[in-house]
Design a protein around this ligand. Sequence first.
Ligand code: URA
Length: 274
Amino acid sequence: MDTAPGQPYLGPMGIDPNILAPEGWHAALAALEWQMDLGVTEITGEDPVDRYALPDSLKPTPAVAKAAPTGPPPLADPVAVARHLAATCDSLDALRQAITGFDLCELKRGAKSTVFADGNPSARVLVLGEAPGRDEDVEGRPFVGRAGQLLDRMFAAIGLSRTSPDPATALYITNVMPWRPPQNRDPSPEEIAMMRPFVERHIELVDPAVIVVMGNTPCQCLLGSKGILRLRGNWAQALGRPVLPMTHPAYLLRNPSAKREAWADLLSLKGRLR
Ligand code: URA
């Protein structure tokens, strides 16, 4: 018991036990006032107290609690963001930068490169593919793998090349998706929709006379429908220009018998360019 010499013993709460005597209430009052001076605001009770619970005055009313969002905060609409960004681009360099900085497409996270385009921007023919594969992701250029080599041979057969400096015989090549999808899966409709404003701006800036869409993804993007085996060879119209759907060279590698139809489509293109 720690009691200073000459001082009365105070109980564990600092209260003189004598206050229990009826005549001791003055002493009790003085002891309480002394404790309040020390900062004591409440006595220890029998019931547990949740000191983390909000006081009633700070609790949301039921109506407010209902209106409060329950999930994560809403994200920016990727299509609206893409549309806004694309509209601000007045050159291919600006567009490349805008796409490289666009972070709302999940595919970007898994990709090594942003694959923008290759070839001659003055070309009369723009080829629109689907998305980079492994080789394109590594090299950062579209259509450089096996399918790309076949594409080069196909167009060379009608006198067009991505390396030609002459707009009349040049090709400009790009894809709907600038990032490689995991396991080369097809891009989802949402992914296609969010890149569409960039694709449209890309086409406006290059201003080709003719667009060749290779595979389902660019058909979906520019023509609004899939079904390349039905659409191929049938000239369509998008962004005020003629569009020729063709089977993708990767499909032709797997189905060599379809090359005959692809050759017919190339001749149709050659005829249109004359
Ligand atoms: N397939 C495509 O559609 N684009 C590429 O760049 C490569 C393969």
